[in-house]
Design a protein around this ligand. Structure first.
Ligand code: GLN
Length: 570
């Protein structure tokens, strides 16, 4: 039987006023003044600090936009789509949550207004509301509250971050729902944390508190009084200003938490702890004395990030090079690979299209490793194929992820196995109706097995619905490089793709050197390719999604290790 929170607290010998047993306490995180203040990071760091004090946590994101899910949103606009084990396409903030807490996110940890409204409208059509007039309050807010409470009995603390800033029109139902939620619960079981900005006026040398005051006023006008204020600032927060914010915003002075810029996000748990964030939050819940934190894990991570022995340069040859957030998890996983080897990883984004017309050598020669990430569509793919060729021929460590693996297979097929017109069905699909230009060694899979069930897809399913999404098992060849890297022959990794390498070409391609060293358990889907004798690995899944600073993904740790060796050769 699952232990209730009461049992767990008893175990820790904490005595404090309680609500009902088995219920989580809630921390609602909102933002004001401007967007991009680092709410996601603050939430994630707070989650890790609560864990360091022995509590269990889950983090959740409520996004006000009207898209039903971020799966089809442009990575240019929205950053990367983060995929969970259970196959949800979610906001990239869930990646932060996982990287800081190690708690695997689920489908039920991310929701948008679009999804909420779509659920409400579906119910209305089904007649669930018995002909009542459907309104934002209570129907939409009830739907939000039900979502917030999912898995309520599983953890000590549930952290819910509301996207956007207070006052946004789309966000209003969420703010109203969390206000009601706190009222529905026993007193003291919900805490509101609000992030704001303290602009610094260099001319007068002053930190301005007015925008924060206005933001809190706005929040209070909709019935939410913040317990903790996290104030982003470029300079130290003087005591006088802290007292002023506390007075005007009606929070305790030690609950006004200054948050200064950090050189590495992985210092955030330590930095927030130093300025008393976790203590202020526990204090707001009336948890006194708070259990002592164990921060060793984060001290080790920070030490490795801030005191590296050397540096490696990695080229990321991709398409969405304008916005770093489009490959957020890859950038972070590379950093983790650096942490594993105690080196700094300098990643540079190169536009794959350059290599369609130009020789990649002058661009790629100075790098210690080449990474070709996932992507969609034909644009830039010939450049990626050329980058894979350069890596193979020059024996530069190569990590191909998803599309990056597919391109490595096409490269080997064309240049080693003599299948000159090798290509992916994806590229012909875009030019529908015309005679196919390629031999489809990468093809559109319409049927596969998940959890012992056959999944069928037709080409015209909803855009978001046609992909192999979420965690799938793979079996690795004993004695292969990847089996050695993973230290096991059975793994589970997250997927997000439509096309698969055709197993029918296995023998022909393997004869020339590129080995299929990881397959789906039924042996039908190639999951990993590698070239023996050099560090050249392509994976159909996304290992970056599961990497953590305190537990770097083995592939990234090994890739950076190989890059480090390469750097010593040149
Ligand atoms: N476009 C490719 C596919 O759908 C690769 C996807 C990816 O890299 N995530 O199979």
């Amino acid at each position: 039987m699952r232990s209730t929170r009461k049992d767990r607290d008893k175990k820790r010998e904490i005595t404090q006023p309680r609500g009902q047993p088995g219920m989580a306490r809630y921390i609602f995180v909102t933002g004001g003044v401007v967007s991009s203040l680092g709410k996601g990071l603050a939430s994630a760091a707070l989650g890790s600090l609560l864990q360091a004090r022995g509590y269990t946590v889950r983090l959740r994101k409520l996004d006000p936009y009207l898209n039903v899910d971020p799966g089809t949103m442009s990575p240019f606009e929205h950053g990367e789509v983060f995929v969970t084990d259970d196959g949800a396409e979610t906001d990239l903030d869930l990646g932060h949550y996982e990287r800081f807490t190690g708690v695997a996110a689920r489908k039920t940890d991310s929701v948008s207004s679009g999804r909420i409204y779509s659920n409400v409208l579906e119910r209305e059509r089904r007649g669930d509301y018995l002909g009542k007039t459907i309104q934002v309050i209570p129907h939409v807010t009830n739907e939000i509250k039900d979502f917030i409470a999912i898995g309520d009995d599983e953890v000590d603390f549930m952290l819910c971050e509301i996207g956007g800033t207070v006052g946004d029109i789309e966000g209003l139902p969420f703010f109203e729902a969390i206000r009601q939620f706190a009222q529905d619960r026993p007193r003291g079981e919900c805490v509101f944390m609000h992030l704001t900005l303290l602009p610094y006026l260099a001319a007068s040398g002053e930190l301005k508190t007015k925008p924060t005051q206005h933001s809190v006023k706005e929040l209070r006008s909709i019935g939410i009084a913040p317990d903790v204020l996290v104030c982003r600032t470029e300079v130290e927060l003087p005591e006088k200003e802290r007292a002023k914010i506390a007075l005007f915003c009606n929070v305790r002075p030690d609950a006004v938490i200054p948050a200064m810029d950090l050189k590495s996000i992985y210092e955030a748990p330590l930095a927030y702890h130093k300025v008393g964030l976790d203590k202020a939050v526990l204090d707001a819940f009336g948890i006194r004395p708070a259990p002592r934190p164990n921060l060793e894990k984060w001290e080790e991570v920070a030490d490795r990030v801030y005191n590296p022995d050397g540096e490696v340069r990695i080229a990321i040859v991709g398409k969405y090079t304008q916005l770093e957030d489009a490959y957020k998890s890859i950038a972070e996983a590379l950093t983790h690979g650096g942490i594993a080897n105690r080196v700094k990883v300098r990643a540079e984004w190169l536009d794959a299209e350059i290599f369609e017309t130009e020789d990649p050598a002058p661009y790629l020669e100075n790098f210690n490793g080449i990474l070709v990430p996932g992507g969609f569509g034909e644009r830039g793919t010939e450049g990626k194929i050329n980058a894979a060729r350069f890596a193979r021929e020059r024996k530069v460590p190569y990590l191909g992820i998803c599309l990056g693996m597919q391109m490595a297979v096409i490269e080997a097929a064309r240049n080693l196995a003599d299948i000159k017109d090798a290509g992916s069905e994806e590229f012909d699909h875009e030019a529908e109706g015309e005679t196919p230009r390629f031999k489809h060694i990468i093809y559109h899979m319409k049927q596969w097995v998940q959890d012992n069930q056959t999944v069928q897809r037709s080409a015209d399913d909803d855009k978001g619905g046609t992909m192999r999404l979420g965690a799938y098992d793979a079996t690795l060849t004993p004695g292969s490089q990847v089996a050695d890297i993973y230290g096991t022959t059975s793994i589970s990794e997250r997927h997000r793709h439509r096309y698969e390498v055709d197993i029918a070409y296995r023998q022909k391609i393997e004869e020339t050197g590129l080995r299929f060293s990881g397959l789906s358990p039924d042996g039908r889907l190639p999951e990993i390719v590698e070239i023996p004798g050099q560090w050249f690995v392509g994976v159909q899944f996304h290992p970056e999604l599961k990497s953590k600073p305190f537990e770097p993904h083995p592939l990234f740790a090994s890739f950076i290790g190989a890059a480090l060796e390469q750097s010593r050769l040149v």
